[in-house]
Design a protein around this ligand. Sequence first.
Ligand SMILES: Nc1ncnc2c1ncn2[C@@H]1O[C@H](COP(=O)(O)OP(=O)(O)OP(=O)(O)O)[C@@H](O)[C@H]1O
Ligand SMILES: [Mg+2]
Length: 251
Amino acid sequence: MDQKIEIKDLDLFYGSFQALKAVSMPVYDRQITALIGPSGCGKSTLLRCLNRMNDLISEVRITGRALLDGVNIYDRSTDVEGLRKRVGMVFQRPNPFPLPIYENVVYGLRVAGENDKKTLDQTAEKSLKAAWLWDQLKDKLHQPAISLPLDQQQRLCLARLLAVEPEVILMDEPCSSLDPIATAKVEELMLELKKDYTIVIVTHNMQQAARVSDFSGYMLLGEMIEFGETKTLFTNPSQKLTEDYITGRFG
Ligand SMILES: Nc1ncnc2c1ncn2[C@@H]1O[C@H](COP(=O)(O)OP(=O)(O)OP(=O)(O)O)[C@@H](O)[C@H]1O
Ligand SMILES: [Mg+2]
């Protein structure tokens, strides 16, 4: 299996606090990788490393490497805007822009200077279809995105991401504000999207990790304790610490 991303010996410091300790991990192409572990173990921090979102936080220092298709994203020559287009992110709370549904979806294209109506229309339709929203929203494209129910807002944010054709999708607890039915829909959508995209998800929900992911990494206090196939990690972990966590004795 090809590695889309290879994380090697990554250390991250917030000021003098070390939040990631020599983390190494593969992210396989067109697979779903889940990051699990107790609150504060560094899951979101590690996820943000993959598109350099931590650059936006002052006092952050990173050493080590994260290779995207073999090229270190921490190279000085990296075009960070371009990187964030290739490696897009969906957050815990849906964050649609205060714009109509249509304008949310085509936002990235507009910013890139695209003004051709036909191109924008086609992209909007294709992206909304890919996020399973087209049928519900095609007649209200000009309504404010903020008026949608939360689960549709979350999938709209996904559609906005898909419109700029990323290669990797990072999701930080994407279902934590959704009810079980909406969660099931997002999980099903993830399984569909992995045909075309590499997905990394942070989740607190171990059933969710077990249901959707192919590979899982268990983190504790900034360290990657165990990484492996989800099936193995959940049924036959090699580390006592992992076993304690997944059997609920800890965390
Ligand atoms: N901007 C920041 N400045 C300083 N410390 C931070 C910052 N963000 C996170 N941390 C610290 O880094 C550690 C890892 O935080 P992180 O948010 O990555 O954990 P997490 O596993 O995502 O937790 P949760 O499950 O609660 O979301 C924690 O100790 C946290 O307090
Ligand atoms: Mg987090």
